[in-house]
Design a binder for this molecule. Structure first.
Ligand code: SAH
Ligand code: MG
Length: 957
């Protein structure tokens, strides 16, 4: 006999949740209703007029055909539902076997279940399997009434659970349920018949006529035919995925139609996978059942199962899709019977939907789809603020990724660190462990809610760091990430860490053959640790799938987080036939701005005879500088001003992205394979919203703070009678530009910056101004030369030595603190300007800026949290100093290098708290230089590159 004398060996204990038990018994007849309960604050302060917000509680009412029960109150909806289900189970006296059934019991139950499935009543149920039973009764000839065994294991979860308790391996390979069901059918004491050669079971005696009449639709007239689109995924990776049409008539059995398409005789030789894609999907992969599922009835089924090894060739693409081993050619179709209706449910699966499902397995693909901009959007490299993020949030994408790859849900834990007063520098935070609040926050993080009820002051006194761990289904650690960055909002820390993990995964999928060393170094940069063995085990199949597509594409190279500006280093690079149209309105995007563009992307052949639009949008919004669109687009759009349009061509994107974007995949596919093509982008810059810093400053100051800073500098420059000026960190040249509007004694002006993008904009502005107007009365007629350099101001270059005046406005906070110290030393010890003006934000003023910004947003609570979530005025700021910190830096620096220093500022005043909005230090060289020789000025230190140069003599001639 089957048990072989060893009861309950290898029987997996199936512990079902109360809800699962109810669902098995009642299906859709169990209706859960969850309601919120606001409990009075019992322990609160009596008589306190302020309502004390308490966490919301939930109660669940479960309605069953016979009874209805109400749960107690719980913190989570799920708990309330489970509790209600548990009460119903008790009430109805449903037996839950706590101990695992013996093997004998499990076999008996399996036989009982089969008898139930072929009973009179089951035929009329709304059940995914009863549809197949009814369809079997419409099969013709020899096939009449034959129910394929593979579908039974798939569509009745009770049956498959029983099979799992007999053979635990069914869990990982559901097809192993087939021989068990076949075996149990032979023991049904004559109720059902089965075959020795084929995978079917049928009822012995005919159903009573009244059951037949009410359950099985009798066709009058000609059967209706329905054409359903599906795709064929050939086993061989060389063959492409192609569309197939399933012609399912109203009387036919869809499984037979699929069988024919697979070149098989009928449904009994077709296997179906678990569902793929979104949770509600009925999309499955269908493929030929292997002969070895037919068992030799005389042997022990458990042993037979062990021997079930396929010789057939694995279909890597199909297997990758559903996480099950699939052999031979497969058909992907979304069709089947559901709990909802007796009618067949179906959706078309096109080649486009296949590619969308494929790219949905990689993080950038998920993001692209969430933005409906497959060829345009790119998963950003940084999470700046919730307010500027568009599309699915990093945490959602990470959870989705784990689900897609059958991993456990990611594990988030948040550490909070108290901020000790405002004067504390952000780098000095220590990590606290084991604090009480952490647990609750973790729960919050997992539940997705943002902590509520904390008052503002408490919130600003704490920063958050988030750690995430990713485990396999059997809980082996795969990836862990614990970045040092801390955030004022716990949610921001979660998003930031999630994005780091996603960026790394993306880098892996884009270059799947990356050598181990590179994998590790990219992981290190992102504070990630990989458990290689576990990682490669889980992602083994990805290699063969994504490799095929990525080897032939240019893709976007992985960028290190610190080299974000690399994105746009060479505007125009890899972009050809760029043309810009429309007048320059002067309104330009800058990092942190939100842009609105309209665009279209077309596939064009080299000869330009054929042009197919692949993707377009009338209004697409994104944050500039974060890598939220493909680099080519970002590089081009930063050269535009509002109202201008651009058209450019680029190399092809990866094939799966193109086909995921294209509605008419077949046509584009033939274009792609027959001609040499490229992508053509047409974009128009519609609007620009300024970054947070400017918005905040503009809300409070008129003229804007940035203008006040420039005016302050201009005034000093005029008073100093300087003839030479260097602007350290000149950016887009706002100061240099303003200087040209005022008569000064300046003859030579120089700007230096590390951002080529900003420099090219500065060059454009200065060039048009200087070269257009040769009028001797122009305010800048004294200027003889102007130069822009590309380089870092922390590195000495002898060409900028001993200028009359140096300016450095709002630059040092964009460098790491140690670099700011380095700049101070280099400038006052080597560049040696007579006067140096340095400005930087006053951190203490932020409270006022934020408050000034709040009232207009009060009606939108979402927005309110967003403006606070940015710790500094601008996400690119590495620090913001208090007055004390700035004074200390400047005073020590001045003393060290024999300069004097005076403090001033713009916005607010020195005498009232909290001082100026922008604090300014003016350094003056005290002793004249001894002699002409200076140790570093040997004339050879030329580290900077000239980006643009203008000379009055050569240009006016
Ligand atoms: N001074 C300008 C720009 C301020 S934004 C204005 O007031 O409008 C800060 C600028 O500093 C950016 O353009 C950035 O590229 C530049 N910057 C940051 N680190 C730098 C470095 N190490 N060397 C040179 N420029 C730097
Ligand atoms: Mg700044």
């Amino acid at each position: 006999m089957e048990t072989g004398g060893s009861p309950a060996v290898a029987v997996k204990k199936t512990t079902l949740s109360p809800k699962a038990i109810i669902s098995q018994k009642f299906g859709t007849n169990a209706i859960y209703e969850v309601e919120e309960v606001q409990e009075p604050a019992e322990n609160g302060c009596p008589g306190l007029a302020i309502s004390q917000k308490r966490p919301c509680l939930y109660r669940c009412i479960l309605q069953l055909p016979e009874i209805s029960v109400m749960s107690g109150t719980f913190k989570k909806k799920k708990e309330a539902e489970q509790s209600a289900a548990e009460m119903a189970i008790k009430e109805l006296g449903i037996q839950i076997s706590t101990s695992s059934p013996t093997l004998q019991e499990a076999w008996d139950k399996l036989v009982d279940r089969i008898a139930h499935l072929f009973s009179d009543e089951f035929l009329s149920y709304l059940h995914p399997l009863s549809g197949h039973l009814r369809a079997a009764l419409q099969r013709e000839g020899d096939l009449y009434g034959l129910v394929p065994v593979p579908v039974m294991a798939i569509f009745d979860s009770r049956l498959s659970n029983l099979c799992k308790s007999i053979n635990p391996k069914v869990e990982s390979n559901p097809f192993l349920a087939i021989p068990l069901i076949m075996r149990a059918a032979t023991r049904s004491s004559g109720l059902v018949a089965s075959s020795e050669e084929q995978l079917w079971i049928r009822r012995q005696d005919p159903y009573p006529p009244e059951i037949m009449e009410s359950s099985v639709s009798q066709t009058s007239g000609s059967p209706l035919s329905t054409l359903i689109e599906a795709v064929r995924i050939p086993c061989s990776l060389e063959k492409t995925v192609e569309p197939v049409t399933l012609d399912v008539s109203s009387t036919g059995y869809y499984m037979d139609v699929i069988a024919k398409k697979l070149g098989l005789t009928d449904a009994t030789s077709v296997l179906a996978s678990r569902t793929v894609g979104k949770a509600s999907s009925e999309a499955r992969l269908y493929f030929a059942a292997h002969q070895s599922y037919l068992l030799d009835m005389s042997s022990d089924p458990l042993i037979v199962n062990e021997a079930l090894r396929f010789e057939g060739s694995l279909n890597a693409r199909a297997s990758y899709f559903c996480g099950q081993s699939i052999y031979g050619d497969a058909i992907l179709a979304s069709i089947g019977y559901t709990w909802k209706s007796k009618d067949l449910f179906y959706e078309d699966v096109t080649v486009q939907s296949y590619y969308r499902m494929l790219i949905n397995k990689i993080p950038s693909g998920v993001y692209k789809l969430s933005r409906e901009a497959v060829l345009t959007a790119e998963l950003p490299l940084v999470f700046t603020t919730r307010a500027n993020w568009r599309g699915s949030l990093p945490r959602e994408i990470l959870c989705m990724f784990c689900r897609q790859h059958r991993l456990s849900e990611p594990d988030f834990s948040v550490v909070s660190t108290p901020l000790k007063g405002l004067s504390e520098s952000t780098t000095s935070h220590k990590k606290l462990q084991g604090i009480d609040s952490t647990e609750e926050e973790i729960e919050c993080a997992n539940g997705g809610a943002i902590a509520t009820g904390t008052c503002e002051s408490a919130e600003s006194a704490v920063t958050y760091q988030c750690e995430v761990k990713i485990f396999s289904k059997c809980h082996h650690l795969i990836i862990e990430c614990f970045p040092k960055n801390s955030f004022k909002k716990q949610n921001d820390s979660i998003q930031n860490t999630s994005l780091k993990v996603l960026s790394w995964l993306n880098a892996y999928f884009k270059d799947i053959d990356m050598p181990l060393e590179k994998l590790n170094s990219t992981a290190n940069i992102l504070d990630i640790r990989i458990c290689h063995e576990n990682f490669f085990k889980e992602f083994a199949l990805c290699r063969s799938i994504h490799n095929v597509y990525h080897s032939e594409t240019q893709g976007v190279k992985f960028l290190e987080p610190n080299s974000l500006s690399m994105l746009n280093t060479m505007p125009g690079q890899a972009v050809f036939s760029l043309s810009i149209e429309g007048p320059d309105s002067g309104v330009c995007p800058s990092n942190g701005s939100l842009l609105f563009i309209s665009y279209s992307v077309s596939l064009v052949t080299e000869d330009e005879h054929t042009k197919e639009i692949l993707e377009s949008s009338d209004e697409f919004e994104f944050e500039i500088g974060a890598g939220a669109v493909i680099p080519h687009l970002e590089a081009v759009v930063t050269q535009l001003s509002v109202g201008q349009s651009a058209c450019f061509k680029t190399d092809l994107a990866p094939k799966e992205f193109i086909l995921a974007a294209a509605v008419d995949s077949a046509r584009n596919f033939s274009l792609l394979s027959s001609e040499s093509c490229c992508l053509e982008y047409s974009i128009t810059l519609l609007r620009v919203t300024e970054p947070l810093e400017e918005r905040m400053e503009q809300a409070l100051f008129s003229p804007p703070l940035s203008k006040q800073r420039v005016e302050y500098a201009v005034q000093h420059i005029r008073q100093s009678h300087a003839t030479t000026l260097v602007d350290f960190g000149c950016g887009s040249g706002s100061l240099l530009d303003a200087l040209l509007n005022h008569p000064t004694s300046l003859e030579k002006v120089v700007g230096i910056d590390i951002s080529q993008k900003s420099l090219s904009r500065a060059a454009k502005i200065l060039h048009s101004k200087l070269s257009k107007n040769t009028d001797a009365n122009a305010p800048f007629s004294g200027i003889k030369s102007a130069i822009l350099y590309d380089g870092s101001i922390t590195i000495f270059d002898s060409r900028l030595c001993e200028f009359d005046i140096g300016t450095c406005l709002e630059v040092i906070e964009h460098m790491e603190e140690d670099q700011a110290y380095l700049f101070g030393d280099v400038v006052l010890s080597s560049f040696l300007p007579k006067i140096l003006i340095v400005s930087t934000p006053n951190y203490e003023y932020n409270v006022i800026l934020q408050k000034a910004n709040l009232p207009s947003q009060e009606d939108d609570p979402e927005d309110k949290t967003q403006s606070q979530s940015c710790k500094f005025r601008n996400h690119d700021h590495k620090f913001e100093w208090t007055r004390e910190q700035f004074n200390s830096w400047a005073t020590k620096l001045a003393a060290k290098h024999n300069y004097s220093v005076e403090f001033s500022g713009v916005g607010g005043s020195a005498d009232s708290e909290p001082g100026f909005a922008s604090q300014i230090a003016v350094f003056r060289r005290m002793s004249p230089l001894q002699g002409d020789v200076h140790p570093k000025d040997d004339g050879s230190a030329c580290h900077y590159n000239v980006i643009w140069e203008w000379d009055r003599l050569t240009s006016s001639s």
